[in-house]
Design a protein around this ligand. Sequence first.
Ligand code: TRP
Length: 331
Amino acid sequence: MSGKKTILSGMRSTGKLHLGNLLGALQNWVKLQDDYNCFFMVADWHALTTESRRTKEIAVFAREMVVDWLVAGIDPKKSTVFIQSAVLEHAELHLLLSMITPIPWLERNPTYKSQMNELKDKDLSNYGFLGYPVLQAADILVYKASVVPIGQDQLPHLEISREICRRFNNFYGEVFPEPQHVFTSVPALLGIDGRKMSKSYDNCINMSDTRVEVEKKIKKSYTNPQKVKMGDPGDPSACPIFLLHNIYRKEQVSEVESGCKSGALGCGDCKKALLGILLPVFDGMQEKRAQILSKPGYVDDVLTDGNKRAKAAASKTMEEVRNAVFGKGHV
Ligand code: TRP
């Protein structure tokens, strides 16, 4: 561990992970494991900000999400995999940070404003939702993480984390390194209805889908409605199937593109060619999942060990934090 920089990243446990999560965040995390001291966190407290009435599901999703991480190649021997609510130090640091965070920083947050507008079916008028970035800052700072892999949408949150970090260091002394973001690549993907792949649209191909499910989804997937039969010219640019060719059949992609545009390649054959590559990938993931689930207590053991390691790191930081805030010997 010595000499390596510390990374923290997390995901809210609000449902099954899909191909977008795998090709964006997860594959990136997997690559970072060797070069950094990585903490990967199930953000179950953050999930409560929108799902406070669905706590049973959050707990189930948390387990399933960790299985998806392991399937993707997160290695619990290299990385610390843990659950946010198992490390109470996050809550203590969140409280201390909340005392020095000006409310306008939170109200100005573009993610806060846009989610308030977009998620009309959820009750977001709670204190925790406004304070979401403060808890996120605590998640990062409690491990003194200096690198935070995030999607572009999370940048406003990270900027607030940095501001809170600077203010803390300024008030109480240099305790925390200022966290830098690295962007996880955003895969060019669409859901099977042609919109952005997203849980809330129910248009995802999930990591845990079986070959039968994948086949069904691909067969019924949206394609350019102007292309009705073979011979009709298509438009590959906005086609979920073409975008998958572009990821999984890179070498044949120009062939697919010209065939689609000229009309020589029909959508049925195009989908079949994709499935030829995609189904073995999903079979491989199913096999790995079965292996993981066949070891009794394995996922529990991974989390027990990860929670313990995370707690040890976080409690060490909190001693320093308490000393910085109140002076040594206060409690
Ligand atoms: N807000 C992140 C998301 O919705 C999840 C998250 C919680 C996180 N705490 C974090 C990400 C700390 C990076 C660092 O995806």
